[in-house]
Ligand binder design. Structure first.
Ligand code: GLA
Length: 726
């Protein structure tokens, strides 16, 4: 049992293996937050304090008690209009235009199994792995009801939160703001760790103190964005990679989001995670419901490393779905950086011939195979194979590729339309455009209104027609611009941004149901939609359009805080690198890409014989350790934003096998020696280094570390394999 209700004090306690979460219904029926952190016992309502606070109003039913104020008390789901002036989780505009929702307790239900959110991605679990708590809150005047959902995965130390907003009133209401989780901390000072970036430089680590006022991150771009990942960590001031307490909040959603971190006048801290309130005015007619996407909460008292380990397990086993979530991924070569738009059927077939020689499993034909698309100004929306360009039908090309023993994958960008396309000429109103205004173009393309079923259905049919033409075993699902013209010619405008994302999910759900054997890799100009929502449908995502190995070290470092290695698409590309102009050795490029779902993104024909031999060896190595990389425990051993080297490792579940990768970030005259300390080993076991044959105790490797060679040259990289001696 993980969820307990104590009738006497009206407390709800959620217990996981190592954490406790507690809340209470107080005498006035408000749901107050009591505790979240390391596992504890007992009733925590002694933590609540009551003092007369000036300018902090008191609910009418508190009578003359001036010490009772929603402006001060820690809450589970704070709402606008109750005298709490901090960031709220919910703002409702009632039928009479008032902005107030005074939620009081109306009941609860505890059930076995994890709740589901129809139409939205969410953590999934077997019946016996999870329990659900549903707490019903209601505004007794407007009859607006909120059902707070808590999913507890005891073994995983994971608690999920979501909310159902139900219009129980007799008039229409508008939801102006809706979050799925709020964490109130009644004392302490905290840092907020967020992951900011830009196209081709995503998920940079940023740590800032949560000071008085509000620190807000989020997206208004229609996708979760390159700019801010929808996941944050709230950490104690002294928390480090290996020590101290921290909380994670991961939003399972791929559209506009908002995370507010606020320190208030009484030195309390509140973090609210949910839907972006800009571009959102969601109308609910009587009886209608809005589901707020889920937030995955996790607490660790063993630093960021402990937090990441739990998120990795949770996302790998309880977000990703389909056969590929737990299966080896093909090593692929993608045509994009190999040829861009400049290819034909022969080029792709030749890529496959070169690939098979090297041990590569799959060729992916990227952008440019359909309509009249020979550059990025036209053709999107016309999902008909350009047989003239391929020199054959798609089916024939795939057969030829399969015949030489190579799998075939294809690129699509279903959410988009070019103005220069047959689709746009036939259905200009299917693009999101504001009447009477010129659209904001992005990469010279417009966004299809995926909130409309007929638009999705048409594209779905086109894409299925393509997929049915041959043995396609992989799809790269791309999305290459931010949404600007948030308008649907068939619908209510305040809900378009949300309905668009649900439309994308609906499409992906249908696609994965119809083609369960196809591996889908998500992509949005690289990592512009690298979120847990997409991972529910696409178990791997192209991590960044930046394939420069040195930049990738940082991008993959930031990505690793929440997302498991199995989700990170990482390729070796040509030098000089197309994004930075930097030339890094093939060895280092290989080691950096081996952190995730591995592949190549270059013209194989241009490789020298030596390079081909090296690549063959890389693939042999990768295949040997693919399972360990995908399913093993991952540890960050350095911070590449700060340290002289980047180091990370993968350890098997039984701790007997270890793969360590190190890339030197600095080289100077008369260079000093770097010692890398390993983690997660059995201290008393003896590990043998398969390169040197030397043996070390686990404790020695973890406490003293091993010296890295000093070698001349930029970005030298090392791979070590340690195994426990029998
Ligand atoms: C995006 C992707 C690239 C490539 C191009 C094709 O930028 O991130 O990998 O697929 O689109 O247009």
């Amino acid at each position: 049992m993980a969820i307990f209700y104590q009738q006497e004090n009206r407390t709800f306690t959620l217990q996981t293996k190592q954490t406790t979460y507690q809340m209470k219904v107080d005498d006035l029926g408000f749901l107050l937050h009591l505790y979240y952190g390391s596992k504890i016992s007992g009733n925590m309502d002694y933590l609540l304090t009551y003092y007369d606070r000036g300018f902090s109003g008191n609910p009418y039913d508190a009578g003359n008690d001036r010490t009772y104020s929603m402006d001060v008390l820690p809450q589970e789901y704070p709402t606008t209009g109750t005298g709490d002036y901090r960031s709220s989780a919910l703002t409702i505009r009632n039928h009479d235009e008032s902005e107030c929702c005074d939620l009081r307790y109306a009941g609860y239900e505890i059930r076995q199994g994890k709740y589901e959110l129809p139409g939205l991605p969410a953590v999934h679990a077997k019946m016996q792995e999870a329990e659900t708590l549903e707490i019903i809150l209601e505004d007794c005047v407007s009859k607006v009801q909120v059902r707070l959902l808590y999913g507890v995965l005891e073994e995983e130390d994971i608690i999920t939160r979501s909310a159902k907003i139900i219009n129980g009133s007799t008039g229409d209401i508008i939801v102006e703001k809706a979050a799925s989780a709020c964490l109130d901390f009644i004392n302490g000072t905290y840092d907020l760790i967020s992951f900011y970036g830009r196209h081709a430089m995503e998920r940079n680590y940023q740590r800032t103190e949560i000071v008085h006022g509000s620190h807000v991150i989020g997206s208004r771009r229609g996708t979760s964005s390159h700019q801010y990942n929808p996941a944050v960590i709230v950490a104690g001031k002294d928390t480090t990679e290996d020590n101290g307490s921290c909380y994670g909040m991961v939003f399972v959603y791929s559209g506009n989001f908002m995370c507010e971190a606020e320190r208030d006048q009484y030195e309390q801290t509140r973090i609210v995670m949910g839907l972006q309130s800009d571009l959102f005015h969601y109308p609910l007619m009587p009886g209608e419901t809005l589901l707020v996407p889920e937030t995955i909460l996790c607490y660790s008292d063993s630093g960021f490393g402990g937090l990441s380990a739990r998120y990795h397990h949770c996302i790998r086993d309880h977000i990703c779905r389909g056969q590929y979530s737990a299966q080896s991924r093909p090593v692929l070569v993608n045509s994009w950086e190999a040829a861009y738009f400049d290819f034909n059927g022969k080029t792709i077939l030749q890529l496959a011939k070169d690939a098979v020689e090297l041990g590569i499993d799959m060729v992916v034909m990227d952008d440019g195979w359909f309509g009249k698309r020979n550059d990025d100004n036209c053709g999107l929306g016309d999902w008909q194979v350009n047989e003239e360009k391929l020199g054959s039908t798609l089916g024939e090309l795939i057969r030829q590729i399969n015949d030489i023993g190579v799998k075939f994958g294809i690129w699509v960008e279903p959410e988009m339309v070019s103005e220069d396309s047959d689709l746009y000429r036939a259905h200009p109103d299917w693009a999101m455009q504001i009447p009477g205004r010129k659209s904001v173009r992005g990469r010279n393309q417009l966004v299809l209104d995926f909130s409309r079923k007929e638009v999705r259905d048409h594209i779905f049919e086109q894409i299925c027609n393509v997929l049915n033409q041959g043995n396609i075993e992989y799809i790269k699902w791309d999305m290459n611009r931010s949404i600007a013209d948030v308008y649907s010619s068939a619908g209510s405008q305040g809900r378009v941004a949300y309905d668009y994302v649900l439309g994308v999910y609906d499409f992906l759900e249908k696609l994965t149901t119809k083609y369960p054997a196809i591996l889908i890799e998500g992509c949005s100009g690289g990592g512009g939609r690298f979120d847990a929502g997409m991972m529910y449908y696409t178990p791997q995502i192209w991590c960044s359009d930046n394939t420069d190995a040195l930049d990738r070290l940082r991008i993959q470092y930031g990505t690793s805080f929440f997302y498991p290695m199995s989700t990170i698409g990482a390729h070796v590309s040509a030098v000089p690198n197309h994004q930075t102009g930097r030339s890094i050795s093939l060895r280092t490029r290989g080691i950096v890409a081996m952190t995730g779902a591995f592949g190549y993104e270059l013209s194989l024909a241009k490789l020298s014989t030596e390079e081909k031999e090296e690549i063959k060896e890389q693939i042999r190595q990768y295949k040997k350790y693919e399972d360990l990389i995908r399913t093993g425990d991952y540890y960050r051993l350095s911070n590449p934003f700060r340290d002289a080297y980047a180091a990370w490792m993968h350890v098997s579940e039984d701790k007997r096998q270890v793969l360590l990768h190190v890339v030197m970030l600095e080289i100077h005259g008369n260079m000093t020696v770097s010692y890398v300390r390993l983690k997660g080993l059995m201290p008393d076991a003896v590990y043998e280094d398969s390169n040197s044959g030397r043996s070390y105790y686990g404790s020695a490797l973890m406490k003293a570390g091993i010296p890295m060679p000093v070698e001349l040259g930029e970005s030298q990289a090392y791979q070590f394999v340690f195994r426990v001696k029998i």
